[in-house]
Write a protein that binds this ligand. Sequence first.
Ligand SMILES: [Zn+2]
Length: 83
Amino acid sequence: MMPCYLCTSAAVQFGVGKVVTGEAESTPVAREFMESHGIEVENLDLSERKDLLAEFILRYLGLWDQFLAECNPKIFLRPLEQR
Ligand SMILES: [Zn+2]
């Protein structure tokens, strides 16, 4: 999963050079922020990571809404709805 905004800020603060993520759709602004600070972001774009997030969102919708409301859960729920 793409790092949340808090972890993104920490990556910049501590001089992380590269972030490898299984998906980059959950927090696109975080990617832009890291790249604008010189961090290389490699997106592996793994469908199983998106499926895992979709399952988490469905199981713990309250947690998602509480902590990751800035992310768009519909991105991940779409593949499950098509099953
Ligand atoms: Zn985080």
